[in-house]
Design a protein around this ligand. Structure first.
Ligand code: ADP
Ligand code: MG
Length: 246
């Protein structure tokens, strides 16, 4: 579904200062896959997701999604791609969700629909993410995990083929994170939607089809090496304890 080849993204920070956030990244994502992306802060994960979602354009390289080269698309085609093909979930949805509206009103709000259809579709989406019993609760009455489900319902509103989630469990506890990952898995299976999730949580990656590590703007093959795990993710002492008896 997605093919990145030698993808480069350069941000101009000041007159003579540039940051090369993606430095020739290669990546493929298969249709129907639930894929994870890990990597330390500043390694280019969010930049990559923004490229995949058509929120921003790469500086160079190849980015082919469903046979279309995003680099060659007109601005109009890119916006259409973003609106029709992609759904986004962020770590912190506070700026997109409105606390004094109900769960259903929050889901209805960004929909490009009118009247009854909107209400029914919002209800259906909230049922899909397991909030059928919270439709008329104000957002401020919902837990962090429930609010994240509302955000996921919104991301699904345009029936996207591709769901991109940038640290979607960054603001919830481990147990809730696990439940939200199970929800992504369910959506992946039932709707056939391809999902790419950026996460810091190694525990969650166990439930994904595949995990790719990014380091300094490139995909890294070190994902399976002990070294990477130690440095980036797992507290060494815990690892030693768990494995000392083996
Ligand atoms: P991650 O999501 O892995 O933490 P990012 O993709 O956000 O990494 O950032 C990668 C690099 O690009 C960092 O050095 C960051 O400071 C820089 N960067 C990201 N977005 C911008 C931007 N809009 N303007 C300038 N620099 C940026
Ligand atoms: Mg990020």
């Amino acid at each position: 579904m997605i093919e990145c080849q030698n993808l480069v993204k350069i941000y101009k920070v000041a007159d003579e200062l540039e940051v090369m956030a993606l430095q020739g990244l290669d990546l493929t994502v298969d249709k129907g896959e639930l894929m994870g992306i890990i990597g330390s802060s500043g390694s280019g994960k969010s930049t990559l997701l923004n490229m995949l979602g058509g929120l921003d354009r790469p500086s160079a390289g190849k980015l082919i999604i469903d046979g279309k080269n995003l680099l060659q698309m007109s601005d109009k085609a890119l916006v259409q791609y973003k609106l029709e093909t992609v759904g986004f979930v962020w770590q912190n949805n506070a700026r997109n969700l409105i606390p004094y509206l109900t769960a259903r009103q929050n889901v209805e709000l960004p929909m490009l629909l009118k009247g009854k259809r909107k209400k029914e579709w919002a209800t259906e989406l909230l049922e899909l993410v397991g909030l059928g019993n919270r439709l008329n609760n104000r957002l401020s009455e919902l837990s962090g995990g429930e609010q994240q489900r509302v955000a996921i319902a919104i991301a699904l509103a345009n029936k996207p083929q591709l769901l991109l989630a940038d640290e979607p469990t960054g603001n919830v506890d481990t147990k809730t994170a696990d439940i939200i990952l199970d929800l992504f898995r369910k959506l992946n299976r039932e709707l056939g939607v391809t999902i790419v999730i950026v996460t810091h949580d190694m525990q969650l990656t166990q439930k994904m089809d595949r995990v790719v590590a990014i380091r300094d703007g490139r995909t890294s093959s070190e994902i399976l090496s002990r070294k990477y795990f130690d440095e980036a993710i797992i507290d060494d002492s815990e690892y030693e304890q768990e494995h000392s008896h083996v």
